[in-house]
Ligand binder design. Structure first.
Ligand code: ASP
Ligand code: MG
Length: 462
């Protein structure tokens, strides 16, 4: 059995839907489809919730969302009967969304729980469209909402984790019988429900993770993630014109690349797959002749080609100064408790005797500063925000045990006159990273890519 996940960028217009239906129709294996919301619907909802709004604005948002979906339905589905059935479902879901938005407006309060519920509507709508498109082409399909079929989460709003054994038990009962009857389940990605029945999302772009969770639960043979890009690359083509496609990665390599910035995959996607050794393939829907990237359990350490990719991410940091903070017991624990109570994730930590540096998502710097400024933490004397920095990570199996790689990287960067602000290695077997000022990012990435991949020198053989 195969899990086929299609992202929002594969669901932009009627031609896309036609292509998605064709790809699904051509797949001989048993299959389950997992879907994102159609292009940018989640963004729209996220933006809408960012500030207070009037009833009128709710009406106009609902009208827009309705138009986006009904337009696709009208253009893609000829059968009157199937069209009408889908329309009824769309309208009833829009009604709930509308009432939720009114509710938030009247109460004047938006809880995390309600926010997750609102954000789940992109997917609740898109599955109805694809179900209708498939049915109208004679393919037996059934749309399913993840919370209804038992995708259970830990209840951590905004970035939940699936309870894998429980999801497995539930989906074996709720989904497997459909597949056995020859029906293709079309399941909402992005969210599940917690033990109390509340909808919880897996974080932005979380439907990749949903696909893996569902693959795990159904013991799939493979998971396919369909996108509008070719797969993982040796570097971002925005900076490096001759970057190449990576045809294979280990689970850990893919996880670190995603964690350190490769926007192609939700960073947690490989976790469930690794547990069962299920391979993942990323494919470009518009260039199906390309093999894409295969992510699997085999670790390939190529002696002279250890480095597979260089990736990056704009981040922020908070420096926490105080004499002896490095050797004082419990300081780090206290800091991280305060931050996690405020739902701030620390991406990485570098410490010394006099300073603890926290690497954070750049959106979290201000808030962390506020949180830590307003609490007394023993021996902390001063906080400093660091903005406009970028993290560059070098990823490849064997990196930790291959002498000379860091030296090559730092040399290349130094030769460009770029200062390395901080670096860390050893936390991962397959990656190390360093920090530069944001304005040097492009240059640094280019320089590193050149030393490891320049044609004729290091490409193919070292
Ligand atoms: N629709 C959600 C988002 O945009 C989930 C996803 O696309 O994977 O974040
Ligand atoms: Mg999306």
């Amino acid at each position: 059995m195969k899990i086929m996940k299609f992202g929002g960028s594969c669901l932009k217009n009627e031609e896309d839907l036609e292509l998605v239906a064709k790809i699904i129709g051509q797949e001989k294996d048993e299959k389950v489809v997992v879907l994102s919301g159609i292009n940018r619907v989640t963004d729209k909802l996220v933006n809408f919730l960012q500030k207070s709004y009037s009833e009128k604005e709710v009406d106009s948002l609902i009208a827009q969302v309705r138009h986006m979906h009904m337009d696709l339905l009208t253009k893609s589905v000829e059968s009157k009967e199937i069209y009408e059935q889908a329309k009824v479902k769309i309208e009833s879901r829009l009604k709930v969304l509308e009432r939720l938005l009114y509710g938030i407006h009247y109460v004047g309060e938006l809880t995390e729980k309600t926010r997750d519920l609102v954000l789940s509507y992109g997917e609740r709508l898109s599955v109805v469209i694809l179900e209708a498109v498939l049915r109208s082409r004679g393919i037996d399909a059934e749309s399913l909402e993840a919370d209804e079929i038992g995708v259970v989460t830990d209840g951590n709003f905004g970035s939940a984790t699936a309870d894998l054994p429980l999801v497995e038990r539930n989906l074996q009962e709720s989904v497997l019988p459909l597949i056995r009857r020859g029906i293709i389940p079309v399941i909402t990605g992005f969210f599940g429900r917690d033990a109390h029945g509340s909808t919880t999302i897996f974080g932005r772009n979380g439907s990749d993770y949903s696909a893996s969770v569902i693959g795990y639960a159904l013991n799939a043979d493979s998971v396919e993630i369909w996108k509008d890009v070719d797969g993982f690359m040796s570097a971002d083509p925005k900076f490096v014109k001759n970057a190449h496609l990576l045809d294979e990665l280990s689970y850990d390599e893919a996880a670190e690349l995603a964690y350190f910035g490769a926007r192609i995959l939700h960073p947690r996607t490989v976790e469930p797959l690794k547990l069962k050794g299920i391979p993942l393939r990323i494919k470009n829907m518009y260039r199906r002749e390309l093999p894409g990237t295969l992510v699997h359990g085999r670790k390939k350490v190529l002696e002279n080609k250890v480095v597979k990719s260089v990736t990056y991410k704009d981040i922020g940091a908070l420096k926490i100064y105080g004499s002896g903070v490095g050797s004082m017991m419990g300081v780090l624990g206290e800091i991280s408790t305060h931050l996690s109570d405020n739902r701030i994730n620390i991406k990485s930590v570098i410490t010394s005797q006099t300073c603890i540096t926290l690497l954070l998502e750049k959106e979290d710097v201000e808030k962390s500063y506020r949180v830590l400024s307003s609490t007394r933490i023993k021996s902390v004397e001063k906080l400093e925000k660091v903005k406009d920095i970028s993290l560059i990570a070098i990823v490849g199996e064997g990196i930790l045990n291959s002498p000379g790689i860091a030296a090559k990287v730092f040399n290349a960067v130094a030769n460009r006159g770029i200062n390395v602000e901080m670096f860390a290695a050893g936390a991962s077997e397959v990656a190390f990273y360093f920090i530069v000022k944001k304005r040097y990012l492009g240059d640094a990435v280019k320089a590193i890519h050149r030393i490891f991949f320049q044609r004729g020198r290091h490409h193919g053989k070292a």
